[in-house]
Design a protein around this ligand. Structure first.
Ligand SMILES: Nc1ncnc2c1ncn2[C@@H]1O[C@H](COP(=O)(O)OP(=O)(O)OP(=O)(O)O)[C@@H](O)[C@H]1O
Ligand SMILES: [Mg+2]
Length: 469
């Protein structure tokens, strides 16, 4: 599959190449430039750029290197383990007659990722590197106070990279909109910037999430899409944790702590597997695990055996995470599941979801949020897998056609036609029941007429539980 420029995540597409495109962070920029220009006549042989995620630490090093003509020798945490590698790199980097005769600098990105226990000897190796290096060493970290970093703090020039101001984030987002030919309200961009809390990566990702496939972005639209995401307690975080999990337990924990219901989580994982995995065998294993999870979900609906749920969750989390054999961590932006995006695009669809939630809530005496998170997802599975049962539920709860369409998706027509079939039989049954009731109560109280399905009001029909056997 060819990767056109439209497929490049915007955080890469709009990553500054030179310092002139790199916005804000004047203090950090100047401090770093001044230090590197004076090198090796400096107090420290290493600089430690620290600050919150997505504020441009790695980008700053890249821009600076390009502008000042440095070649970047990058190492990551897993390289830190072998002392002999460190020595080799230190010596090789010092050799100025390298490729194109350019000067070099060593970038140790995300040093707070060094795990003192797992990467045994990692810290000592870095300290050793700083001791023997003849070229500048630049480290980046999020949390400068992490105990792991204490020894590194003592031997480096600490430079703070701050959160970006809202105004600067908006400025950058505006530039992106201009180049993507997207019409965007200022208020909408401000809303994205406000939510990003100075994290440009998340601001750009949010803009891309919101803007993909549309030409105009309004404040309402941003609130709708991002608000939905926030309520689900940031699916990006859950996905990140699942895909980068190094153990089955960690992957399961990520799925378990997610606010996403299982059906939605499956959608998110499904949408993002191809971006996360390139190796065909990895992909095959991941999809295999996901499809087995799907089978279990189907069985739960058919048999009512909820014990199977834990297998389904294991497969979609640990099964998918462990499908990836290489431990290489790729950074990719997560995609919004197409299905959910389409659903979010119309207010109407959300309105329908809320209506269904209210209907279930009044019917089953539960809260609307429980209905939304715990009942609707299962109804969706039933409606998409078992039209006959779905029709009975729809009828019992007096659901409107739009509600059925929402729950059954591609199978809506089937469900609706079964409902119509059943409806033909029901009036006679209702009138029989009515007669029986009237006979018993001898018309003491006027009995409320059962509402017709068309009225779309919460019904008091057959209980949901009866159908989930
Ligand atoms: N000052 C900036 N000017 C323009 N774009 C920026 C700036 N800072 C960050 N970006 C954008 O945000 C993205 C993330 O930046 P970067 O990867 O450098 O953050 P980071 O601080 O290294 O984050 P982390 O701590 O997660 O590694 C970049 O790809 C770039 O598009
Ligand atoms: Mg970085």
């Amino acid at each position: 599959m060819a990767l056109g420029s439209s497929n490049i995540p915007w955080i890469f597409k709009y990553r500054p190449r030179t310092l002139s495109d790199y916005i804000d962070q004047e203090e950090a920029k100047n401090k770093l430039i001044e230090w590197i220009k004076r090198f090796p006549n400096t107090e420290y042989k290493a600089a430690l750029l620290y600050g919150p995620p997505g504020t441009g630490k790695t980008t700053l090093v890249e821009c600076l290197a390009r502008d000042l003509g440095y070649e970047v020798v990058e190492m990551n945490a897993s390289d830190f383990r072998r002392m002999q590698d460190i020595e080799r790199i230190a010596i090789a980097s010092a050799d100025k007659a390298g490729l194109f005769g350019r000067r070099r600098l060593i970038l140790l990105d995300e040093v707070d990722g060094i795990n003192a226990k797992a990467d045994l000897g990692g810290l000592e190796a870095v300290l050793r590197l700083i001791e023997i290096t003849r070229v500048p060493v630049i480290m980046t970290a999020n949390d400068p106070w992490s105990p792991n970093l204490r020894p590194l703090r003592n031997v480096s020039l600490a430079i703070e990279v701050k959160k970006l101001s809202e105004g600067n984030v908006v400025k950058l987002l505006k530039k992106i909109c201009l180049s993507e030919k997207i019409e965007c309200d200022d208020e909408a961009l401000k809303e994205i910037a406000r939510r990003s809390e100075g994290d440009l990566r998340s601001a750009i990702n949010d803009l891309e999430s919101v803007a993909r496939g549309v030409k105009k972005i309004s404040l309402d639209y941003v609130r709708e899409i991002l608000g939905y995401r926030d309520r689900e307690r940031n699916p990006f975080e859950t996905l990140g944790r699942i895909f980068s999990a190094r153990s089955a337990r960690a992957a399961k924990a990520a799925a378990g702590s997610s606010q996403l219901d299982n059906e939605m989580l499956m959608q998110w994982i499904n949408e993002n597997i191809p971006a996360q995995m390139q190796d065909p065998e990895d992909l095959w294993r991941a999809y295999e695990a996901l499809s087995r999870a799907d089978v279990y979900m189907g069985r739960i609906v058919k048999t009512g055996n909820w014990d199977l749920l834990s297998y389904a969750i294991d497969l979609m989390s640990a099964g998918v995470a462990m499908a990836k054999k290489s431990t290489e961590r790729r950074w990719v932006s997560y995609r919004f599941p197409e299905k959910i995006r389409l659903m979010m695009r119309t207010k109407e669809a959300r309105g329908v979801r809320d209506d269904i939630a209210r209907l279930i809530a009044s019917h089953d005496k539960i809260s609307t949020s429980t209905a939304k998170n715990h009942v609707i997802p299962y109804l969706m599975i039933i409606f998409r897998n078992n039209p006959t049962e779905a029709a009975k539920i729809a009828l019992g709860m007096k659901m409107s056609d739009t509600m059925i369409e929402y729950l059954a998706g591609p199978r809506a027509k089937e469900v609706i036609s079964i409902v119509k079939e059943l409806e033909k039989k029901i009036p006679s049954r209702e009138s029989v029941e009515k007669k029986q009731v009237e006979a018993k109560t001898e018309a003491k109280k006027p009995e409320q007429q059962p509402k017709t399905r068309k009225e779309e009001k919460p019904g008091k029909g057959v209980g949901l539980d009866r159908f989930i056997k």
